[in-house]
Each structure stands twice: as structure tokens, then as C-alpha cells.
Design a protein around this ligand. Sequence first.
Ligand code: TYD
Length: 141
Amino acid sequence: MHQPYGTGSMYQLLDFKIHGDLRGNLVALEAGADFPFAVKRVYYIWGTSYDAIRGKHAHRQLEQVILCLAGSCDFVLDDGCRRTVVHLDNPAQGLYLRHNIWREFTHFSADCVLMVLASEHYDEADYIRDYALFLHEVAHD
Ligand code: TYD
């Protein structure tokens, strides 16, 4: 991984190598080389209205890489102390999130397609869906 996840950083934007030629572009992602976990689950999201707010949760263990394959959207990230907004609009970048980051995503363009690579199978017990509980858990992490 060429860009380290800096201490105190809420997220990492991974820049993927584009194998482009006259035919167009191709990005290939390999676990361990391009992002730091083995993928157990992939899901994707599209057809979301501009003002919809998805997410509104944090994960206790899960790591994810979020790819905006088409269009754009905004990710609001919160580590319990600070809030920041990351605008995703580049299919050659991945937003790498570790655990204990509250995320809300919104402002979806009509053509937005998100694909998420996840380190674990779906497990509702890994979700923190209450913001006050999230603040409590990160304070005692
Ligand atoms: P939800 O957690 O609300 O999605 P988001 O965080 O993007 O707003 O999930 C919507 C529904 O899909 C909910 O019923 C749970 C289900 N779901 C799965 O079954 N497997 C999965 O991997 C995910 C992410 C969601």
C-alpha cells in the first residue's frame, strides 16, 4: 500500500493503478496489494435519490473499501471527535474505512453506483446504529 493510514486519520483514499489504453480503462484490485484485507463480501448500491441519507452507523470490527464506480456522492465521516466530508467521484479511488467510524452518505448523483468490499460477512451485531452508543463505545475503546 503506497499511502499509509496516518495516525489519527479517519480514512484513507487509495489511488488505484489505471491500465488505460485506446479501448478505455481497467482497474484491477488484489487483496493485500491494493487494499489491506481479504474480501468476504461485496455489495453495491445504485438508484439512490440525491437527498437520501444512507449509512448512519459505525462498525465494531468491519473494514471496508468503498468505490464510486459511476457518478458521485458525499461521505460524512465521524470518529467521535471530528467530522469530515469526503466527496467520491473517481472510479480509480477507494475510500478505505477501518472500524469505529460513523458514516452517513448522501448527495447521490442520479448515475451514482457504489461498490463496497467488506472484510467480513454481514453481521448485524457488528453494527452500531445509535450515535450516542457510538460515542460511548469509541470513548471506551
Ligand atoms: P442498510 O444497512 O440499511 O444499508 P446502508 O448502510 O447502505 O444504508 O441495509 C439495507 C438492507 O440490506 C438491510 O435490510 C440489511 C440488508 N443488507 C444485507 O442483507 N447484507 C449486506 O451486506 C448489507 C450491507 C445490507
